[in-house]
Design a protein around this ligand. Sequence first.
Ligand SMILES: [Zn+2]
Length: 88
Amino acid sequence: MSRVIRELGEWDMDEIDRAYERMENFTAEALQAVLGKMVDRPSTGICRTCFEPIEPRRLKANPHARHCRDCADEEEAMARRTSLCGPR
Ligand SMILES: [Zn+2]
């Protein structure tokens, strides 16, 4: 009886260890995926398209903004046009 409990205990510990390891890996991976998607790199404060400084108000709202308002608008409009016509 005591042997069964001990074995069960060891098995449990092993499983918990493995599960914990898996969870840790998963968490790190998930975190990295989320970070990679959302954070990428912080904005340089310079528009990538026209190299004008991005409006401070825009940067405050989105610290990772890559384009000034004008270029972002244009990009968005272009994306909308592309998705409407289909990128054939
Ligand atoms: Zn711009």
